[in-house]
Design a protein around this ligand. Structure first.
Ligand SMILES: [Zn+2]
Length: 136
């Protein structure tokens, strides 16, 4: 799967999440975009999230206060993986692949970033892949 296959995805996801957040009086939305997404995914850039915060502020009731948090937006996927490994994140329970079924494809951008991050962090991703590059 390529970047154009998920074009303008985050506005759709954030719109649904914003609706749910307002209905449940939630105070924050979190999105896990990272810096390596910038080149192929304009809706993963800090400017987009700043703009979407404005959409939330203007598009919800005056008393609604939802903060859009993109905590990892300046981090690389490797930095995220290294921190998560330090924290003991149960990676066997996580998912990144754009493919909607197991095993993960190993070839989409999300799988490529994930596998590269594990390699750079000198660790091995515990989930199953259809194809796993030799280096991972
Ligand atoms: Zn994949």
């Amino acid at each position: 799967m390529r970047a154009q296959d998920v074009a303008f995805r985050n506005p759709n996801l954030l719109s649904m999440a914003s609706s749910y957040a307002e209905a449940t009086e939630s105070k924050a939305l979190f999105i896990g975009a990272h810096s390596e997404d910038f080149s192929g995914y304009p809706d993963c850039r800090p400017a987009f999230f700043d703009a979407f915060q404005n959409v939330i502020d203007v598009g919800t009731k005056p008393e609604t206060e939802i903060e859009l948090k993109s905590l990892f937006v300046e981090w690389s996927k490797t930095e995220i993986a290294e921190r998560e490994l330090e924290l003991g994140v149960p990676y066997e329970s996580t998912w990144s692949c754009y493919r909607g079924e197991e095993p993960a494809c190993g070839a989409c951008d999300a799988c490529a970033f994930r596998l590269e991050a594990f390699r750079n962090a000198e660790s091995r991703d515990p989930i199953a892949y259809v194809e796993r590059p030799e280096f991972s």
